[in-house]
Design a protein around this ligand. Sequence first.
Ligand SMILES: *Cc1c(COP(=O)(O)O)cnc(C)c1O
Length: 356
Amino acid sequence: MYTPVLEVNLGKIKYNARKIKNFCEKSNIEICAITKGFCAELPIVEAFIEGGLSFLGDSRIQNIIKVKKKFPHVKYMMIRIPKISEAEEVITYADISLQSQLEVIEVYSQKAISMGKVHNIILMIDVGDLREGVMPEDAEEMVGKILSMKGVNLIGVGTNVGCYGSIMPTVENATILINLRNRLEKIYDIKLPIISGGATSSLKLLRENKMPKEINNLRIGEAILLGEDSNNGILLEGYYQDAFILKAEVVELREKPSVPIGERGYDAFGNQPEYPDKGIRRRAILSIGRQDVRVEALTPVCPDMEILGASSDHLIVDVTDSKENTEPGSIIAFRCAYSAMLSLTTSPYVEKVFNP
Ligand SMILES: *Cc1c(COP(=O)(O)O)cnc(C)c1O
């Protein structure tokens, strides 16, 4: 067995996908299932599709191209504001893109015309998180200009929260988006059928029956993959949280003091951590490190173990209270949160195994 290995349970992902689809369908919300958190690994994409989700979204054009070549029938949305330099690929492979900048949209329009195509776009509106999007008061003028461009077709408005400004989705910020859509439809006598209201963190409004009925699209990654809503700090009841399990191998097992000995500087990553004195502890060193995974997003499956720290290539786990075998050569398992899944699927040093 090669280690470290990321074991992915496709059945659990399929279950989560189907459950969330059924839940959102009741409110007439279409899901755009986001594939960027796992490098659009094809077996996982297939689990999405088998779970009923074939409208997909990704931030990286390479992922979109890879999936479209394997599953040409899926609909794909480019969810990162696309680059001018990738216009041709985005227009060729993405069915829709989220857009926010007039100069970029102008290039996409010209490019689409030259390719004999019309490219569908959703205009991102900034309702307060201050990442991408036009400010609501500037949208009217911008939409006027977009409507004069022949190569793009404006099909809706969208917003993103909880990313830069850690602003939570609320009825208030959803209402800004809805009112703006309604005003734009009236002023320009157009139809903007899609209102894309957010991501996993917006599901909370839906569960609490507070989601305005006009919101008809959500872009969901984390909830399907990990059954978690980390913006709100909650695990979603009835969903699998353990579809992604990391297994790493013990290379040293020793009892050592818990406080380092000697003059203190900085650790390998420029931090000065505190070391509470818990006396002599039994510590396993695992052959995985920060080059492979964002350590803070790992949780040992065995509740009696605790991660003490990590450097580029080594992870130190306190196993004093554990009854598991932790001898060198044994395997310790971890549950992954989003950034661990992201880093592990990106790392060439981590084996990926897909189980049905
Ligand atoms: C990543 C991303 C999402 C999905 O977020 P989750 O929290 O994984 O559901 C939605 N929209 C945009 C624009 C994103 O970049």
